[in-house]
Design a protein around this ligand. Structure first.
Ligand code: CMC
Length: 433
């Protein structure tokens, strides 16, 4: 970040205040208002942070108007097409694509840390079988700090590195165990001869009574889904991880906080909600009714999988996801998927409808990811879990960047208070019946 000679001048309470303007490498400049309170005894007000840059970051860049997503400068389309999730993890964590030796060392380390402490498997049995898998994820990932206390000192770079690699390696195992527990099947141990995505599919779908061969087309689709979800700059869950981490909380607790935030239907829960919505619409004939509901301000219904806080153009991840959905359905020989028919038709209609065009509401990644994940064999309740698994590396990269910043301070937003002014305590006898 460089400071420009240019300043923004604010006229407040008869005073002229000069605010420095800072430049990034791409994207909008920022006005540094950190001295505003000291100079003017005034805060800025921006609920939902629509105009606020909460931090400086070198990891992910989004141009929402153009539909661009870059991880460390590389377009998501190129990473999804030519790269894989393991090198995307390396890229997000360390800033560059790995060379051969770096890749081997990293992949080896991740592969050899996939097992979880055996006692953790007993921890699962404390949950009800019908618990939502995200509830189990929040609990078990939070519990990692109890099992791996030796990597919770955030001031030790070595411990930060170990905790990071442990989480990237163990999240698939925990996610698969969450799934197996929910359907009453035995846990399947990780296999070191399989790739990250293949091993995950194996842990989810293998059973002890017969061999399970991972389909390479489906493993590639799974890997691509992980890559597409790996990071997305300062969204709600990432900001949650940063805020939790800013107090010095341990990395496992911070990632558990991110998972809790991701669970919401406006964020990571949208892929589950999008598929449920497609099922509710059921048939292309019902689409006009649902489009009308989405446009009706008195109806809380929204088209799930449409719209995005940042993308005011087609979400670049949605295009890749759409292609992946078709590849998976073709590989599985699913010719007529009624939900896919509804999705394709709904997309066409919404893209032409004035309401959606005016508000720049385009399909987001969740619109097609649900169809793909369902075809891969996952129940809807697992969709957000898969998102959490993939996003873990992004959260960790962002958490590390924050911890390693010498100017890092605890995050502490301010408020505009509109409650009661000071008043005196009233005894019960004077409060009426
Ligand atoms: N269906 C119908 N109308 C919508 C939708 C939708 N999906 N999304 C936004 N609008 C309308 C909204 O009613 C408002 O209209 P008006 O200006 O007339 O009041 C306008 O568009 C702007 O909406 P907003 O709520 O101010 O936009 P936001 O930036 O606060 O919300 C969003 C973004 C993603 C929460 C929202 O678009 C939404 O709820 N979408 C459905 C849920 C969804 O698909 N979420 C996944 C996001 S992508 C995954 C991720 O990154 O987590």
């Amino acid at each position: 970040m460089s400071e420009t000679a240019e300043k923004a001048t604010l006229a407040v309470g008869g005073k002229q205040l000069d605010m420095p303007i800072k430049k990034g490498t791409i994207g909008p400049d920022v006005m540094d208002i950190s001295s505003l309170y000291a100079q003017a005894k005034m805060f800025t007000f921006d609920p939902g942070f629509t105009s606020t840059a909460s931090c400086e970051s070198k990891i992910t860049y989004i141009d929402g108007d153009e539909g661009v997503l870059l991880y460390r400068g590389y377009p998501i389309e190129q990473l999804a097409e030519h790269g894989d999730f393991i090198e995307t993890c390396y890229l997000l964590l360390y800033g560059n694509l790995p060379n051969l030796a770096e890749r081997k060392e990293f992949e080896d380390a991740i592969t050899h840390h996939t097992m979880i402490h055996e006692q953790m498997s007993r921890f699962f049995s404390g949950f009800r079988r019908d618990a939502h898998p995200m509830a189990v994820m929040v609990g078990t990932v939070g519990a990692l700090s109890a099992f791996y206390h030796d990597s919770t000192d955030i001031n030790d770079p070595r411990q930060r590195e170990i905790a990071s690699r442990r989480m990237i390696a163990k999240l698939p195992t925990i996610a698969a165990m969450t799934y197996k527990y929910s359907i009453g099947q035995p846990f399947v141990y990780p296999r070191n001869d399989l790739s990250y995505a293949s091993n995950f599919l194996h842990m989810c779908f293998a059973v002890p009574c017969e061999p399970y061969k991972v389909n390479p087309v489906l493993a590639r689709a799974m890997d691509r889904i992980f890559t597409l979800h790996a990071d997305h700059e300062q969204n709600a869950s990432t900001s949650t991880v940063r805020l939790a981490g800013s107090s010095g909380a341990n990395p496992f607790a911070c990632i558990a906080a991110g998972i809790a935030c991701l669970w919401g239907p406006a964020h990571g829960g949208a892929n589950e909600a999008a598929l449920e919505m497609l099922a509710e619409i059921g048939h292309v004939d019902n689409i006009p009714k649902y489009i009308a509901k989405a446009k009706d301000k008195n109806d809380p219904f929204r088209l799930m999988g449409f719209g995005h806080r940042v993308y005011k153009n087609y979400d670049p991840r949605a295009k890749i996801m759409q292609k992946t959905a078709h590849e998976v359905l073709q590989e599985l020989g699913i010719k007529d998927d009624p939900l896919l028919d509804v999705a394709v038709e709904l997309e066409q209609i919404a893209l032409k409808d004035e309401y959606f065009v005016e508000r720049k509401l385009y399909p987001n990644i969740d619109f097609y990811s649900g169809i793909t994940l369902r075809a891969l064999g996952f129940p809807t309740s697992m969709f957000t879990v898969l998102f959490a698994l993939a996003r873990t590396v992004g959260w960790i990269a962002q958490w590390r960047e924050m911890i390693e910043d010498p100017n890092q301070r605890i995050g502490r937003p301010r408020q505009l208070y509109t409650g009661a002014t000071q008043r005196d305590y009233m005894p019960m006898s004077r409060r009426g019946k």
